[in-house]
Design a protein around this ligand. Structure first.
Ligand SMILES: *Cc1c(COP(=O)(O)O)cnc(C)c1O
Length: 401
């Protein structure tokens, strides 16, 4: 069984992380080194996670309570939870789903006198041009925040230089993961200073926490090889456990109670060390190979199963979603052919604020409901992709009847 995804981290990275859990390191020095490696001109900030950094940013921006923060309509639920915690109101802007881009027309419709910020997410490894959003937001004094958590494509792209902030995640399932950590670019030095000061007051992530992450994810990496993964799925089946839920629960970032306590921490020294290593040793050929797999699969798809964003010029195919008429059936067909596709549970559609159902992001909602993520990564050969495409074509033609 081909696992839905493979963690983008090598065994030598795990070994490096383990070694650094017991080495005393100067956290301050490591932080400066990572931030300078990320952005030599001093506007970089290393955090425990994008969620931690976004929470810091909202604190530093001091937006008046009740201000509206416009979100591109598909994001992770915790981003909305953070906005709400700050007494702000999230408002969705709908997507142009073939371009995986917020639509300018939708932004014009939702932006109003209480709008103070726009958060636009680049989805699934793709990148959309953010200029139209800057053009709408800037003249109105609205801040533009670029959520690049899914879009890391190597150190040469750190978000659009004109946005107020860009947020990159190195969380466990993200590209070039350091099993946590985030790198931000913040344009306004005063805001950045406030964020730094506040972050310095946080407790430091215990090295033992990071050690537990290393152990958990090395186990998950070991499980994702084809024969072992097949055993895992069939064991779950015979125990009547849903492997989909099990995996989603195992890879959740900050599960359980005490969410804000847990994101309000400084990254530990071993995490920073691993993050520095991932930046320094970034190998563009690995991403080229992933893109190559994505492009190959896109060419094999039947018309009835469109792949949002697959045509975009900037795409690393972190995930490969298709829009299915009957996602449940497609997933079953793929699984019985040895491909562990999933609907995923980590993304959500931004709900409309009370009384604003006219702003319902219909396209995003309908697309997310139909979305199925296909396994597609280096390691799968052309023949494997073809075999998967066969299943897709068969299902698409059945759906036609
Ligand atoms: C993963 C993700 C985040 C959160 O990143 P963390 O570093 O895990 O906090 C935020 N936004 C999007 C769109 C994501 O995919």
């Amino acid at each position: 069984m081909w696992a839905r995804k493979r963690l983008d981290i090598g065994w030598s990275d795990f070994a490096f992380g383990l070694a650094h859990c017991s080495l005393p390191r100067d956290r301050g020095l490591l932080t400066r080194r990572v931030e300078t490696a990320w952005s030599p001109n001093g506007d970089g900030l290393a955090c425990l996670s994008v969620r931690s950094g976004f929470d810091l940013l909202l604190t530093a921006l001091r937006l008046p309570p009740g201000s509206e923060v416009v979100f591109s309509a598909i994001t992770i639920p915790d981003m909305l939870r953070i906005v709400e915690h700050h007494g702000l109101v999230a408002v969705p802007m709908d997507l142009d789903v073939t371009r995986l881009s917020p639509s300018r027309e939708s932004l014009r419709r939702v932006i109003g006198p209480s709008t103070r910020a726009v958060v636009a997410a680049h989805l699934f490894g793709s990148r959309f041009p953010i200029e139209p959003i800057l053009e709408e937001a800037r003249p109105r004094g609205v801040r533009v925040i670029e959520d690049c958590a899914q879009a890391y494509a190597g150190p040469s792209w750190r978000g659009h230089p004109e946005t107020d902030a860009s947020l990159f995640s190195f969380g466990s399932i993200k590209t070039a993961t350091a099993l946590g950590g985030a790198l931000l670019r913040v344009r306004d030095p005063e805001i950045l200073d406030r964020m730094r000061l506040r972050q310095a007051s946080y407790p430091v992530q215990p090295a033992s926490d990071f050690l537990r992450r290393l152990l958990r994810y090395s186990a998950l990496k070991a499980l994702s090889s084809r024969p072992v993964y097949r055993l895992l799925v069939s064991a779950c089946n015979s125990l009547e456990r849903d492997h989909d839920r099990l995996i989603n629960a195992a890879t959740r970032g900050f599960p359980g109670p005490g969410f804000f306590e847990r994101i309000r921490r400084q990254p530990s020294a071993p995490l920073l060390a691993l993050l520095e290593r991932r930046l320094q040793r970034f190998d563009p050929r690995l991403l080229d190979r992933r893109e190559d797999r994505g492009r190959a699969l896109a060419r094999l798809l039947p018309e009835a199963l469109p792949a949002p964003g697959a045509e975009l010029p900037h795409h690393t195919f972190w995930l490969f979603p298709v829009l299915a008429a009957d996602p449940g059936r497609l997933i079953l067909a793929l699984r019985s052919a040895g491909f562990d596709a999933t609907q995923g549970q980590s993304l959500t559609v931004v709900p409309t604020p009370p009384g604003r159902s006219d702003l319902d992001p219909v396209v995003a909602r309908q697309s997310l409901a139909r979305m199925v993520h296909l396994p597609c990564y280096p390691g799968m050969r052309e023949a494997d992709l073809r075999r998967m495409a066969e299943v897709l074509r068969r299902e698409a033609s059945l759906a036609d009847e």
